[in-house]
Design a protein around this ligand. Structure first.
Ligand code: UDP
Length: 383
């Protein structure tokens, strides 16, 4: 039965489409709230940059993909704004410029709890709501190297994906009692795959008898994916190569036109990532936190071929430290890594187990229970 809508709690999710990870994480939490507490929450997502901020900040979602093509420029802007003092100085400088927009955002979106999934909105929002506080939670979506912007000690709770990120949060002044290590929220379908992996292979026309190397370039198909796919093809491995190009149609066409020497399947953006991962044996990708966490849940060993300097350095360190994969910034290193697994099933199995060990498939559900608790909804005991 539908609950009385006046009794429903309103959750405001603040995110931005700067990279697919923030949106995926937000959608995963909304899904988990619905599953854990049916008919209890009204969830609203606001892309803070696109929907509220003045130009040029408003164009951040459009500027982000081309910016990441220049990793060194990205690294400079990341590093020069990171650190306690520097981040505060940047915010102090920017705040007058965004204050009106943030006040409007707060006024137009009354809610019972705010969940921020973006580093750049926390301080501005918390400063704005000083006098009329709404419970405020931050859900950090970078695995280890988390920018100072994520952390404002006025937040009621900061949820982080790893113990390493917890250390950073504390270092930046978040009281230890306000930091919870939960994991990165991922969609329910990664937790409970909806289709049998072999049946999926058959439906897609993939061979059942060969290991599958899944290459994913992120939501926008960014990074040196083309060179990586070419190198694997030239190595003529005894495997199937499946490439997901995201929204990058040019890349998709160029890959289709390669002189192919091994079984392969090329796709554009897919909504079936959980099925693709469950039906594959290893994942070659850039160091995006969402894709990495999803790969862990699917028990896929990872080959990371690129990362955004600063922000994604820690993702690489984490994967390597946990022996769930390797860092292979050059195409020939990618080939070496995947070949070692294609040719040695025991090594592949060991890496797959290491990947599964660090998986946190219940993160979204656990965060949903925390949100409910903070919003004053009775949370059932953990199953
Ligand atoms: N993704 C998807 N379909 C695609 C390509 C990517 O659903 O065809 C999803 C992927 O599963 C992940 C997100 O897009 O959840 C990418 O997030 P990540 O944090 O890995 O990278 P970002 O693009 O945010 O840097």
């Amino acid at each position: 039965m539908q609950a009385d809508s006046s009794a429903r709690k309103r959750v405001l999710f603040l995110f931005s489409d700067t990279g697919g990870g923030h949106r995926s994480a937000t959608l995963a939490m909304i899904e988990a709230l619905g599953l854990e507490f049916p008919d209890t929450f009204d969830c609203k997502m606001v892309d803070v940059f696109r929907d509220y901020l003045p130009a040029p900040l408003r164009y951040a979602p459009e500027i982000y993909p081309p910016m990441t093509k220049f990793p060194e420029t990205w690294a400079i802007s990341y590093r020069t704004t990171d650190g306690k003092r520097r981040s505060r100085a940047v915010i102090r400088m920017l705040f007058p410029y965004v204050a009106r927009a943030i006040r409007r955002l707060y006024r137009e979106n009354p809610s019972d709890i705010i969940v921020s999934v973006h580093p750049l909105v926390n301080t501005a929002m918390l400063r704005t709501m000083k006098k009329h506080p709404t419970p405020f939670m931050t859900v950090v979506t970078d695995m280890v190297t988390t920018h100072a912007f994520w952390f404002d000690r006025r937040a009621d709770l900061v949820v982080v994906p790893t113990d390493e990120a917890r250390e950073v949060a504390i270092e930046y002044g978040i009281p230890a009692g306000n930091v919870r290590v939960v994991g990165l929220p991922t969609a329910e379908r990664f937790r409970v795959p909806t289709s049998d992996p072999m049946a999926f292979r058959v439906r897609q026309g993939w061979r059942r008898d060969l290991p599958v190397i899944l290459v994913v370039g992120g939501g926008d198909g960014l990074g040196p994916m083309e060179a990586v796919v070419k190198a694997i093809n030239e190595a003529k491995l005894n495997a199937t190569l499946v490439a997901i190009c995201g929204r990058n149609e040019g890349l998709q066409q160029r890959l289709r036109d390669l002189p192919w020497q091994m079984p392969h399947h090329i796709y554009g953006f897919t909504k079936q990532m959980p099925e693709f991962m469950a039906a594959s044996d290893m994942l070659v990708t850039k160091a995006g936190p969402g894709t990495i966490s999803e790969g862990f849940i699917a028990g896929l060993p990872l080959v990371l071929y690129s990362r955004l300097p600063g922000q994604e350095d820690g993702n690489v360190q984490y994967v390597v430290k946990k022996q769930a994969g390797v860092w292979a910034p050059r195409p020939h290193q990618v080939v070496q890594a995947v070949a070692s697994w294609v040719n040695d099933p025991a090594a592949l199995k060991r890496a797959a187990q290491a990947s599964r060990r660090v998986a946190k498939p219940d993160a979204a559900r656990e965060i949903a229970r925390i949100v409910a608790d903070r919003a004053g909804v009775y949370a059932p005991l953990k199953r």
